[in-house]
Each structure stands twice: as C-alpha cells, then as structure tokens.
Design a binder for this molecule. Sequence first.
Ligand SMILES: Nc1ncnc2c1ncn2[C@@H]1O[C@H](COP(=O)(O)OP(=O)(O)O)[C@@H](O)[C@H]1O
Ligand SMILES: [Mg+2]
Length: 259
Amino acid sequence: MPEAYRSIIKLAREAHPGGRVSVQRIGSLVNDVFLVEADSEKFVAKQYTNWLSLKWLTLSIYGIGSVNFSISGRKRMEAEFGVNRLLSDQGVRVRRVVGVDFSSRVILFSYVPGDEFSRLMRKVAKAPDFDDREKLATFSIGETMAVTHSMDLSIGDTRPDNFIVDRKGESTLLDLEQAKRGGDPAWDVAEFLYFSGHYWLSYNKTLARITDEFVNGYLNVHGTKAILRYAASARYLRLFSIWTPPFVLSGIRHRLLKA
Ligand SMILES: Nc1ncnc2c1ncn2[C@@H]1O[C@H](COP(=O)(O)OP(=O)(O)O)[C@@H](O)[C@H]1O
Ligand SMILES: [Mg+2]
C-alpha cells in the first residue's frame, strides 16, 4: 500500500502545489478509495487493485450467469478512465479526473460535495419527507442513465451509493469501473431501482413516486421503453429477491411494465 500513498501524494502535489497533503481511507475496509486534502482543497483517490474485493464477490455471486464483472485492476481502471472521458464530453455529470498514475493504478478525482443517493433513500423510506431535492435527484439519475445508454454504453454498477446528490438535487455519477460499450443497459435500470427499493418494506406512495421520477427522467432524454420493460424480467428480479421484499420488487416491476 505505501506505493499507492506515494503516488496519491505526488498527484495531489501536481494538482495543488505547495502545502500539506493528507490521505485517509474512506468507506469500508474493502474498498480502495481515499479522501485527499491538500491544504483546503479536497480530492478523492481510487486505487484499482487486483484483489477480489468483497463488493465484487457478493455481486458476482448474485450475478452468476447474468452479468459479467471485471475483476482485473487494469481493466477496471481503463474502464473508469475511458468512460469518464466519454461521458464528460457529452456533458454528463461525473467526477473530474485530476491526475492519473498508470503504474500504481491510481486516479485522482475532484471531490464532489453532497450525499450518496442511498442516504437520501434511507431517509425518505423512514419518514416520507419527499421533497424537490429527492425528486430532482431521481429524475436526473434517470436522465443520466438514458444519455449513457444512448451512447451505447452501460454503467455496470448503478447501486444508489454510486450517485452523489448536491444540495439542490443535482446528481453526479461516480463509479465507472464496470462501465463498457454495449453491456446490459437493462441491468443498470434493474440494479438501481431494485437496490434502492431494499430500504422499503412495502411498495408505498413514496417509492411509487421515486420509481415514477426515475422512469420520467429516463424517458425524458429519449431512453427506450423496451429497456425499462426488460428490466422487469424475472432474471433480474430473482437476483434481488434476497435483498428486497417481494411486494417492493413487484411494485417496481409493474411500474416498469407500464412504461
Ligand atoms: N469524487 C468524489 N467525491 C465525493 N465522494 C466520493 C468521490 N469518489 C468516491 N466517493 C465516495 O466513495 C465511495 C466509493 O467510491 P467508488 O468510486 O464508488 O468506489 P468503490 O465503490 O469501488 O469502492 C462512493 O460511494 C462515495 O461515497
Ligand atoms: Mg462504488
């Protein structure tokens, strides 16, 4: 790990010359993401290791035969770097790449202030204070996904913690290490909605509004209805039945089929 720290500090110094640099791990023990502070400027560094981290272990067990995940660090880094560029060129909100070190497999990103979308969902699932921020966030995530899909790209890991929502409700897509050409766009929709649904015990009004906003955002920028309907198919529902209550899954599924 010391090699990673050395290149993180080097990249931060290039981006922000002079001053003190601090590096600290963020998130759980299984990921390789660091908060980097150079004086008062914040960055996030991500190292793409070859380790079969727990995250991919769990998702690939669920996804056996359904989705192909990249395990190799080099491939994940190339995916993140390449797709980040393609999306930002099209005006999709992604974290800005500040520096790259291919030999230690580290990318330094700009820091995106806000909350993970999953945090918003946890909150509104408990107390239904669904306001404009949640509404715009969900709608804009739908739009982001549709634009990505219209470029013949799929995101691969659309868990709700891969979107950061700012104060107003504008969302930024973070994690592109599983993104690729082609791929399975219906999986993107399925993973996002069924994963978000696991904070609910039943398909209530709030979750119905969330699903509506996502669908409306998706269709607003010429997303295809066929992809939404395909996300309602049994092959995805089966994967999420371990996580998400059956009535929640079927509520989301029926909404997708109506699209
Ligand atoms: N640029 C950023 N600004 C703010 N938070 C970030 C940024 N990049 C990552 N994070 C936080 O770190 C978490 C993990 O980052 P991510 O790239 O998704 O890596 P992984 O899921 O592979 O561990 C995100 O869910 C988010 O909470
Ligand atoms: Mg992630």
